[in-house]
Design a protein around this ligand. Structure first.
Ligand code: SPV
Ligand code: MG
Length: 287
């Protein structure tokens, strides 16, 4: 996909149902069918769905359960948010397991110690990994994989942690040298300025690999602009959960307020629709 499309478009999934949305939703855009190319299994939304903080508290075994629900009902590539990947021995096994399952790529972030969600930035204590240690982490994963198809993507947290563009570029070069198949650069800035600066410096690298971005806070940037910047993959990292939660909360409040469900009903999908939503469900007889 990375070789055949100007940009690969990935949306967050945290359950079989959200996987099905990614699998099936399409729109007509000027006579062309537009759809998502694959799923991002986000640590933030997987953890939040389980009512847990995004600190690697939801362990790999639980993450595998989510992955397996999504794999059961989708055919599109899966990019797993692998958090830090654990230690290098754990990461090697993670790669083997994911590859065997048919996951396409894992993204690991260059942090050590208690991992916090990147969107906290420097508001909470988080520590970036030393460059040689993270290079070892990448190469441990690459050595563990059996086929050529699986990708280990290195995620740079320098802009998140205030280490700056020069540090981000130094890390990009080191991680590519260690065998990273792609680089993800993350930012929590409210404008895309620093990401655009990174992209223009990254484009000058001779040995560059595909570049991945996650425009959550700088969401005004368009896919066409990202293509112009040389970005190969865009991840919409949390949008299905962020849109579902307010809708569910509103329904719960409406029922409490009116002491019945009538007023909430217009916000709910028809029963007939939910009964037949899952492919293979029996079709009710026409009444
Ligand atoms: C996630 O979706 O869990 C990510 C991206 O890692 S972010 O939440 O922006 O750190
Ligand atoms: Mg995450």
């Amino acid at each position: 996909l990375l070789e055949s499309k100007p940009i690969v478009r990935i949306l967050e999934a945290h359950s079989g149902l959200t996987g099905l949305i990614i699998e099936t939703v399409s729109v007509d855009r000027n006579g062309m069918k537009a759809e998502f190319d694959g799923c991002w299994i986000s640590s933030l939304t997987d953890s939040t769905t389980k009512g847990k903080p995004d600190t690697e508290l939801v362990d790999f075994t639980s993450r595998l359960d989510t992955i397996s629900h999504i794999l059961d009902v989708t055919t599109k590539p899966i990019v797993l948010d692998g958090d830090t990947g654990g230690n290098s021995e754990q990461f090697a096994f993670m790669v083997k397991t994911l590859e065997r399952l048919g996951v396409s790529a894992v993204i690991i972030e260059d942090k050590v110690g208690m991992k916090r969600n990147s969107l906290f930035g420097t508001a909470v204590k988080q520590k970036q990994a030393e460059i040689p240690d993270f290079c070892y982490q990448i190469s441990s994963g690459k050595q563990a994989q059996v086929t050529d198809d699986f990708m280990v993507i290195a995620r740079i947290e320098s802009l998140i942690l205030g280490a700056g563009l020069d540090d981000a570029m130094e890390r990009a070069q080191a991680y590519i040298g260690a065998g990273a198949d792609a680089i993800m650069i993350h930012s929590k800035a409210s404008e895309p300025t620093e990401i655009i600066e990174f992209c223009s410096r990254f484009r000058q690298l001779d040995n560059r690999v595909p570049l991945v971005v996650v425009p959550t806070t700088y969401c005004m940037i368009t896919e066409a602009e990202l293509i112009d910047q040389g970005v190969s993959m865009v991840i919409y990292a949390n949008h299905l959960l962020r849109s579902a939660y307010p809708a569910m909360k509103k329904t719960a409040e409406t029922i409490l307020k009116h002491q019945r469900a009538l007023e909430a009903d217009p916000d709910c999908m028809p029963i007939k629709e939910i009964l037949t939503l899952i492919p293979g469900s029996p079709k009710p007889k026409k009444s």
